[in-house]
Write a protein that binds this ligand. Structure first.
Ligand SMILES: Cc1ncc(COP(=O)(O)O)c(C=O)c1O
Length: 347
């Protein structure tokens, strides 16, 4: 845990920077393992069953990364040459190095959202007619929470409206739930109801939940069985991965409810910066663990460098835009200190 008085940098670049806690490391060391390619790792099986049940779904498969969970699902759910509709700034489009074009061999049709959230009417307007020679639309994909949208949340009703559109148009409804637990903690929505809105979706253990590795692709048994084959084809089938699954099980026991602390820290961060520099942050936009900061006339890379000298690490997300993410490894005092330094850098 980084505190405001420690010499370790206060790292707010992402919630992926967390390191496993002592308790998590103990759980990993004690994990019962076997060869998961033979289906013989009891800890992996326990994690997959627990996560599937958490969301009221039949099955789940553990993958090494969030990107792989998404890729195996898109490959299982679509055919090459079809189209996936998603938000213009989705992780899938912005950060996956063109993976879907290579793996699932699909093209994207992107729709501008509101802080990454898709509006069903705008999506409907962008859908091509289901008739040759139009490109066949196969899937609607949504991110919950939205990463480049600043941690915004569709919520159960928003997801249901998109699912209903997908059903009407014969599309599969895919979810990138890298931070789905953040959304659930923020809204209080029922995880089973949310889990059932998707045809299939992923969750990550390696973001705010603090595990070193691991995501899961979740859905009906048939889709997950197909995703499991694609995981193998993509080289992501692992052996004694119970060591990793144990970290995930530990995170589910200890690190889900506490996401509320990260949300409260992010809200405090946004409010503290806005109190000094009102144009920098709209505190009302901070709903989960991310704060996007407008640097005004000072270029974001310059602010990043200045803060790094102060021992505060933040990310530049645009020429005049910073992202600050709260997580398990920074406490309220560290976040408050960082907020003061960010405000000072922008004043
Ligand atoms: C919304 C979203 N989806 C997917 C991913 C990919 O996860 P990974 O880095 O584990 O592949 C991330 C990573 O931060 C993300 O923010």
């Amino acid at each position: 845990m980084t505190t405001s008085t420690s010499s370790v940098p206060i790292d707010l670049r992402s919630d992926t920077v967390t390191r496993p806690t002592a308790g998590m490391r103990q759980a990993m060391a004690a994990a019962e393992v076997g060869d998961d390619v033979y289906g013989e790792d009891p800890t992996v099986r326990a994690l997959e069953e627990r996560v599937a049940a958490w969301f009221g779904r039949e099955a789940a498969v553990l993958t090494p990364s969030g990107i792989m969970a998404t890729q195996v699902l898109l490959r299982a759910l679509t055919r090459p040459g079809t189209e996936v509709v998603c938000e213009s700034d989705a992780h899938l489009v912005a950060y996956e190095a063109g993976a879907a074009a290579i793996n699932a061999q699909v093209q994207f049709r992107t729709v501008d959202g509101d802080r990454g959230r898709l509006d069903p009417q705008r999506v409907a307007a962008a859908l091509r007619p289901a008739a040759f020679p139009y490109t066949e639309v196969a899937a609607l994909s949504v991110e919950e929470t939205t990463n480049r949208g600043g941690g915004a949340v569709h919520g159960l009703e928003g997801l249901r409206a998109l699912r209903s559109l997908a059903d009407d148009r014969g599309l599969v409804f895919h979810g990138d739930g890298a931070r789905l637990w953040h959304a659930l903690v923020a809204t209080g929505d029922d995880p089973i109801a949310v889990g059932r809105t998707f045809t299939a979706f992923s969750v990550c253990l390696s973001k705010g939940l603090g595990a070193p590795v691991g995501s899961l692709a979740i859905g009906d048994a048939e889709v997950v069985a197909e995703a499991r084959i694609w995981r193998r084809r993509f080289g992501g089938a692992m052996r004694q991965s119970g060591v990793l699954a144990a970290a995930g099980l530990y995170a589910l026991d200890h690190h889900v409810d506490r996401l509320a602390e990260d949300h409260a820290n992010a809200a405090a961060l946004g409010e503290r910066i806005a109190a000094d520099v009102p144009d920098a942050v709209d505190p009302g936009s901070v709903t989960t663990n991310m704060v996007y900061v407008d640097t005004g006339s000072r270029p974001a890379p310059e602010v990043v460098d200045a803060l790094a000298v102060d021992g505060i690490l933040v990310g530049a997300m645009g020429p005049y835009l910073l992202r600050l993410v709260t997580h398990l490894d920074v406490d309220a005092a560290a976040v408050q200190h960082a907020a003061e330094r960010v405000a000072a850098a922008l004043r």
